[in-house]
Design a protein around this ligand. Structure first.
Ligand code: SIN
Length: 304
């Protein structure tokens, strides 16, 4: 009941009863390691505490939740995000929905030079407290293409050989916004902009599942702190290509009204831009997270 009272006080969505997910809600896994499609839930309606908790657990277990045929206003999408935490404000992204600083516009068309998320990454891992998760609601899809790929970082960690796992457990790496944002969003813009930079464990312990996940990515991770530059470049190169192994992945084909809710702590994603010059348009909210930690004392039963 305390969680319920706190939710009322913190202005999150109103909750009338605690009941959990009903029998009409169905879960269907996309692949063994990554992604589950959930039907029978209307994300525009208030979710009760039990349902929120089940979605949090499903997210931590599967890395990404998919929903179809959802209709949500920007305010309803923000209210949905606030069920899982405070909303995050992006430190660099230029295309923000008018009147909604928490909503990023994800768009591509015949005039686009880039699209958001074109290579494997975890959102804003350069923040000291990187986002817990991201909810993308797709409004317009190209006739074909524009899928998003997701990869399980639990599976990536578990598939490494033991000597490599033993070596990287406890190491830390620098994640630098400068590495990606300056070239992408800083050109012709604010030369004095300062982007976030943080040091995080190379392997993190997921705060909900207790499982270990690989936590380095091509956008932001520039250096493993405990290694020489040459050793760090070699090891990061190995880990970045390992992360892209197809067996760790699922691939989501969007339709108008589809929603993906991904967990930035245990999946990376890659948005395919194979549909130029067609149009794709969606709205994204991002949920604040905590400082990632590695807990050598915690090894969940399902961890690799
Ligand atoms: C992103 O990284 O937020 C973009 C994902 C997508 O457009 O599929």
């Amino acid at each position: 009941m305390r969680a319920l009272a706190e939710r009322w006080r913190s202005g999150r969505r109103r909750v009338r009863i605690i009941q959990g997910i009903g029998a009409s809600v169905k879960f269907s896994k996309l692949t063994p390691h990554c992604g589950v499609e959930i039907s029978g839930l209307d994300l525009a309606s208030p979710l009760d505490d039990g349902t929120i908790r089940e979605l949090e657990n499903a997210l931590a277990a599967n890395g990404v939740l998919f929903f179809r045929d959802q209709t949500m206003t920007p305010d309803q999408q923000k209210a949905l995000g606030r069920c899982f935490g405070e909303l995050h404000l992006h430190p660099a992204y230029p295309d923000i929905l008018d009147g909604h600083p928490e909503i990023m516009v994800i768009r591509a068309d015949a005039n686009s030079k880039h699209v958001a998320g074109e290579d494997w990454h975890s959102d804003v891992s350069c923040d000291e407290e990187p986002p817990l998760g991201t909810i993308l609601h797709m409004h317009t899809v190209p006739p074909v293409g524009g899928d998003t790929l997701f990869a399980s970082m639990y599976a990536a960690y578990a598939a490494l050989s033991k000597p490599i796992r033993d070596m990287i457990d406890g190491m830390t790496a620098v994640h630098d916004g400068e590495n990606f944002y300056r070239g992408r969003y800083g050109q012709g813009g604010d030369k004095a902009a300062v982007y976030p930079r943080a040091e995080h464990p190379v392997v993190i312990t997921h705060p909900v599942s207790g499982r270990r996940a690989l936590y380095v990515n091509r956008f932001f991770t520039t250096r493993i702190v405990q290694l020489s530059r040459r050793e760090s470049d070699g090891l990061l190169g190995l880990l970045f290509s390992h992360i892209e192994t197809p067996e760790f992945q699922c691939r989501f084909r969007w339709r108008t009204g589809s929603v993906a809710f991904w967990d930035n702590r245990c999946v990376q994603h890659h948005a395919m831009w194979d549909y130029f010059p067609e149009r794709r348009y969606g709205l994204r909210v991002t949920i604040k997270g905590q400082k990632p930690v590695f807990r050598p004392d915690v090894r969940a039963a399902t961890a690799g």
